[in-house]
Each structure stands twice: as structure tokens, then as C-alpha cells.
Design a protein around this ligand. Sequence first.
Ligand SMILES: Nc1ncnc2c1ncn2[C@@H]1O[C@H](COP(=O)(O)O)[C@@H](OP(=O)(O)O)[C@H]1O
Ligand SMILES: [Mg+2]
Length: 382
Amino acid sequence: MDSEKYWEELNVGVKVVHMACALCQKVQKGLLSNTFDDDQVKSKDDDSLVTIADWSVQATISWILSNTFGSENVSIVAEEDVQTLSKPESAGLLGKVASTVNECLAEASRYGLKGPDKSLGPSEILEAISCCNSNGGPLGRHWVLDPVDGTLGFVRGDQYAVALAFIDNGEVVVGVLGCPNYHMKRDRHNKQQQNHISSEVSVPSPDMLEEGCVMYTRKGTGEAWVQPLVYGDRKYEWPNFAKQVHVSPIDDPALATFCEPVERANSNHSYAAGLASSVGLRNKPLRVYSMVKYAAIAQGDAEIFMKFARAGYKEKIWDHAAGVLIVQEAGGVVTDAGGRSLDFSKGIYLESLDRGIVVCSGIKLHEKLIGAVYASWESSSL
Ligand SMILES: Nc1ncnc2c1ncn2[C@@H]1O[C@H](COP(=O)(O)O)[C@@H](OP(=O)(O)O)[C@H]1O
Ligand SMILES: [Mg+2]
């Protein structure tokens, strides 16, 4: 790939996801310490949860993208809408979102981005959220955003992710995954894996490694990277201690570990357990909320991620786009359970997804799992 292609989208995407991670950490701390009242967590029509972090991240990222690239050039497919937030009785909630967004945008220059000259008002906040109403599709360029993926993990003080991807003519070309509670690996301090832009050796200090990360990649580079989050009054400077990530070299099922969603409602644990035992996996599954599962595969903390949603559930592109590209560029394989690649060109859903999603660190494990799906599907109750 042209070495400059999508560089600006990557650069801005990574920085704004860092900002969003800082925003989420503040809100999560507040939720857990009860600084905020119950108004902070709402149920949506489909019974899933939404918090002030979801709206605030969507508003922040939308505002930065529109102001950096020009709103006429920006199309965003994103999870949240303003239905709840624009009701008259939600004025208090909207006020909290506005102050969260303005606090975050006030820090933009620390991340090398330009914030607004003055605080955004409620109508500008609603506009920033509601303009993320694109349906994507096969043509043109679209950003794809899940502001807080794994909202259940977020409200429980557990794992969650901020996921931003960029799609060009139906193909995911940039993926950025902020994982505020998921740490960079500690064991990569050799010079080869130091940052890829500056020739200086910059090793993150141990305390930075404790505090979450942002992973990112561009399609076709064969490289995926991770940076620690930015703390205290430190300024973000590209490449911010970036280190390359690689999938695990383990291809022996007896040594491999698989991840799956925590919630049984989101993936059939017993079917996955059956597959795991039929290919010879012995380790207990690693149950993790959100797209952090993709991050775990990309940096070699686990070898397999399987998701088998109930029949009729349609996977949304924002729940996978960033993670899929990061795993692929880190050396892994991602397909549906029939072995075909995921199609991000059909709008907001992964249409025609076959049975489930299978993510592996390498082709050997992948072939075994897909074979096991074909061998077992008829007799399963799925
Ligand atoms: N019935 C269902 N089956 C499968 N996935 C579902 C689901 N309901 C919601 N999801 C998706 O699963 C995501 C959480 O993934 P996980 O279970 O791996 O933590 C949710 O993201 P949000 O939390 O952003 O809504 C949501 O998009
Ligand atoms: Mg999600």
C-alpha cells in the first residue's frame, strides 16, 4: 500500500480515540464511585444500556472528525442516536453530556488536535451525535464508530472498548481500538519493536503499561501497533511509545486459549465448548466483554475468539470493523463460521454472515475450527 494512504485518517483517528478513552475513564470512575446519580445509565428500546459516556464519546469524535476533515466530507455510521437525549425530560442528562464533551474537547490541543474556540451548546452536541446517521454501504468513505462497545462491561467496571474504523468503498482500511482497561504486553522491549516513526528508542515506563492502550492499523501494512494511554499532564506526541503487536505463534490446540463474550445471551457458550473440545482445546475459555477480545488475539494473549449469536441476530459493522482489521494486520485470520471473510460493504449489518464469527491467530487453528463447525452444525440446536 502507498505508505501515505489513509495516514491522516489514522493519525486523527488514533488521537481522538485517546481523548475518548480519557473521557470514558473519568465517567467510569464516577459511575463506580457513585459520584453520578442513577440518571447516568439508561435502557434502550432493545433493552441494551446507554450511558453518558456513549453519547459523549460519539459527540466528541463526531465533532473532531467534522472539524478536521470538513463536515461535508465526513460520513459516520455509529451506534447511538438522540432519541432519548432530545426529550424535554432529558435536559439534565443532556447537560451532563455537554459538560463531559466540553471538558474533553478542552484537552484537544494536548493530543495535537484542534478543539472548539468556545464550549459547545446543547444543540451543537445533539447535532454532533445525530449527524452520525450514515448507513455506510459499498460506495464512498465512511467512518464506523462504536463509542462504548461492551456497555455492560463499562457499567460493571470491567472491560470495554472505543472502536473507530474507516471504510473506503466497502473495505475497512483503518482500525483503531481504544481499550482503557486492557494493558499492553510487558515483554516487548527489544529495539526492533520500538516505534516505527522516530528512530529514538522510547520504552514506556512500567506505570504506563498498567493503564490501558490504543491499538491501530492500516490495511495492507502487515503491521498493527499499540500505544499506552496518556496520563497526568503529559502531552500526546506521535508515536507515543508505539510498539508492534503480533498474534500468538501457538498452533497446538492443546496449548491454545479461546475467548468468547461474557454474556450467554450474546454467544452460545455450550456450542463453543463443544467445538473447543472437538478440536482439542483444553484451556478454560477467557470470557471478556467487548471488542477487547480482538485486542487480546492481536497481541497474543489468546489464540481464538468465537462468537455464535442466536439465530436471527444480525451483527453490526461497528462491533467488528476495527477489531477485524487489527487482528488481520497482526497476522491473524477472521472469517464467519462458514470460512468466508466478513463483508463490511452491505450497510450497517454484516449481511449474509454464516452462523457465527471465528477469529484465530493462524490458519491451522482456523481450519480445524471451521471443519469442526461443518461437522457439528447439523446436530447442534442452533
Ligand atoms: N443478542 C445478541 N447477540 C449477540 N450480540 C449481541 C446481542 N445483543 C447485543 N449484542 C452485541 O454484543 C456487543 C457486546 O459484545 P460482548 O458480548 O462481546 O461484550 C454489544 O455491543 P454494545 O455493548 O456496544 O451494545 C452488542 O452490539
Ligand atoms: Mg458494541
